[in-house]
Design a protein around this ligand. Structure first.
Ligand SMILES: *Cc1c(COP(=O)(O)O)cnc(C)c1O
Length: 466
C-alpha cells in the first residue's frame, strides 16, 4: 500500500514512511492510494473475532508491503491488552435504536488511547527495523499529553518530553502525566501558559541543528496511522448490530475530524454506514459547513467539551480531497485559498455530496449540561460533556429503522465538575486509577525560555540514553 499527499507534491511512500513523517512535505496529508475493501462475505466472517484480532484484520491492508500481518496482529494484541474492559470497546444500549460505544477504557480514559497505544508500538517496531531512535516533543494543555506519554512509556526506541503549563492543568491531568516514572519519559512544567509551551515546541522544531541532534518527532492528530487505528471500532459496533446485512449510523463528537473520518473510511471499505452525525460545541465550523457550506474560521472559545474546542478541523482535508475527485491540484488550491482568506471555497457539488452523508449538529454549554442531565434521568447513564453532544447528535439525526451508535469519547470521571453540575453526582475514577493521588510524581519546573527548555530536553534524553 502506497500513500499520496492530498496536495500532490510529495513523493508517495509506504505505511512506515507516512507513520514516521506525519505531515507531507508539501503541507498536505497522506491518504491511501486506493481504499482496501471487504466483501459482504468477508465482513460476515469477522463476526465473533476478538477486538484485537478484528483490528489487525482491518489495519493490515493499510500496512501491506511495510509491516507483516502477523506483526500487526501481535502489536494489536499488546496495544489493547491493558484496556479496562474485556470487550475493549463495549456497546451500551440507551434506548430503542440508540447505543453508545465506550471508547474510554484505555489508560488515560479517552478515545485517543485506541490509536495511541497502537501508534507507540508501530513506531517502536519501525524504528527498530531501521535502527533509529526518536525524541517525541509535545505541548499539552492537559489531555493529549497523557495519551502520548502512555503511548511512549517503556518503548525502547522513543524518548518523550512533554511540556505542560505549570499549575494550569487539572490535578488529575497533571498526575496522569507526572506519575508515569518510565526512564524514557520526562515532564517539563513550564512557568507560562499553554501557548508558551506550544511556542517553545515550535521553536525547538524550527532549530534545525537541535532537531537533528535529538531526532525530534511529533505524534499529531494528522498522522494517517492514527486514523487507520480508529477504523476497527466502527466495524466492531456495526457488525455487532447486524452489518453487513443491516445499515448503521454513527454520531461522533468532533474536533479535528479524525474520529469521524475513520467512520467514513470504514464506509469506503464497504461497511454499510447510512449517516454520520458530526457533533460540535459552540466552536461550530463543521456544523456551519455541513448546513450551509460556510467553512469560515472564527476565534476559538472555551467550552465544557475542551477536546472539541478547535477553529479548524485539520483532518477535513482528507475528505475534501475525495470530494474533489482526488484532484490534488484542486485540493492544494482550495487549501491555499483557505489559509489566505479564512474561508474555504468548497464547490457546490462537493458540498452537496458531503451534506448527503454527514449531518452537522451543534450544542452549546447549557444544552450540553441539559443533555447530561436528561440522559442520566432517562437511563441512569453518566455521559461526559463530549459524549453528551454525540448522544444529542445521534438522537437528532437518527433515521427510522437504522441503529445509531454515539461515540463515548471520554470517561465521565475526566470531567467530574460538569457531571456534578448537571446531575449532582461526582463520578469516581475507575478502580485501576483510584490510587492516582497517592502515586509518586516526577517533573521538572523550567522557565519559559528556549535555552533552558532545550537544556532540559537534552538532559532528559541523554541521561537515559541506555
Ligand atoms: C480528541 C477528542 C475529541 C475530538 O476528536 P477528533 O478526532 O479531533 O474529532 C472528542 N472527544 C474527546 C474526549 C477527545 O479527546
Amino acid at each position: 500500500m502506497q500513500y499520496v499527499s492530498t496536495r500532490g507534491d510529495a513523493a508517495p511512500r509506504d505505511f512506515a514512511g507516512v507513520l514516521l513523517s506525519g505531515l507531507a512535505e508539501d503541507g498536505g496529508l497522506f491518504v491511501p492510494e486506493a481504499w482496501p475493501t471487504f466483501t459482504a462475505a468477508e465482513w460476515r466472517s469477522f463476526r465473533g473475532l476478538s477486538y484485537p484480532d478484528l483490528a489487525a484484520r482491518l489495519i493490515a491492508p493499510f500496512a501491506a508491503g511495510s509491516i507483516a500481518p502477523d506483526v500487526i496482529r501481535r502489536l494489536c494484541a499488546e496495544a489493547y491488552a491493558g484496556f479496562g474492559h474485556p470487550a475493549t470497546v463495549p456497546l451500551v444500549q440507551l434506548e430503542g435504536g440508540l447505543w453508545v460505544q465506550e471508547l474510554f477504557h484505555g489508560p488515560t480514559l479517552a478515545f485517543k488511547d485506541l490509536a495511541m497505544q497502537l501508534l507507540g508500538r508501530l513506531f517502536d517496531h519501525v524504528l527498530r527495523d531501521q535502527d533509529r531512535r526518536i525524541t517525541i516533543v509535545g505541548a499539552t494543555s492537559g489531555d493529549t499529553g497523557s495519551a502520548a506519554i502512555e503511548a511512549c512509556r517503556d518503548r525502547e526506541r522513543i524518548r518523550a518530553v512533554i511540556l505542560h503549563p505549570r499549575g494550569r492543568t487539572s490535578e488529575v491531568q497533571r498526575r496522569q502525566m507526572t506519575t508515569v516514572l518510565s526512564p524514557n519519559i520526562a515532564n517539563l512544567a513550564v512557568e507560562g501558559t499553554f501557548d508558551d509551551c506550544q511556542d517553545l515546541v515550535k521553536a525547538m522544531f524550527a532549530d534545525a541543528p537541535f532537531r537533528e541532534e535529538l531526532s525530534l518527532s511529533a505524534v499529531n492528530s494528522i498522522n494517517w496511522a492514527r486514523v487507520a487505528a480508529q477504523i476497527p471500532y466502527y466495524a466492531a459496533a456495526a457488525i455487532a448490530l447486524g452489518a453487513p446485512d443491516r445499515e448503521v449510523s454513527f454520531a461522533v463528537p468532533t474536533g479535528n475530524f479524525g474520529n469521524v473520518l475513520a467512520a467514513w473510511a470504514a464506509r469506503q471499505m464497504g461497511l454499510p454506514v447510512a449517516r454520520l452525525m458530526v457533533g460540535s460545541n459552540r466552536n461550530d465550523i463543521l456544523t456551519r459547513f455541513l448546513r450551509g457550506n460556510d467553512m469560515s474560521v472564527r476565534p476559538v472559545e472555551p467550552s465544557l467539551s475542551p477536546s472539541m474546542d478547535i477553529g479548524v478541523s485539520s483532518n477535513f482535508e482528507r475528505l475534501l480531497f475525495e470530494l474533489l475527485g482526488r484532484d490534488a491540484g484542486a485540493c492544494a488550491q482550495v487549501m491555499r485559498n483557505f489559509r489566505d482568506t479564512g474561508r474555504m471555497d468548497v464547490p457546490d457539488a462537493a458540498w452537496r455530496e458531503a451534506a448527503s452523508l454527514f449531518e452537522g449538529f451543534r450544542l452549546d454549554d447549557p444544552g450540553t449540561e441539559a443533555e447530561i442531565r436528561r440522559v442520566h434521568a432517562a437511563t441512569g447513564y453518566l455521559a461526559d460533556p463530549h459524549t453528551a453532544i454525540g448522544i444529542a447528535a445521534g438522537r437528532a439525526g437518527a433515521l427510522p429503522g437504522v441503529p445509531t451508535v454515539a461515540m463515548a469519547t471520554a470517561h465521565p470521571a475526566k470531567f467530574p465538575d460538569a457531571i456534578e453540575a448537571a446531575t449532582g453526582l461526582r463520578p469516581p475514577l475507575p478502580p485501576r486509577l483510584d490510587d492516582l493521588y497517592e502515586r509518586e510524581e516526577r517533573f521538572r519546573t523550567v522557565a519559559n525560555r528556549l535555552s533552558e527548555v532545550q537544556g532540559a530536553v537534552r538532559n532528559a534524553v541523554f541521561s537515559n540514553a541506555a
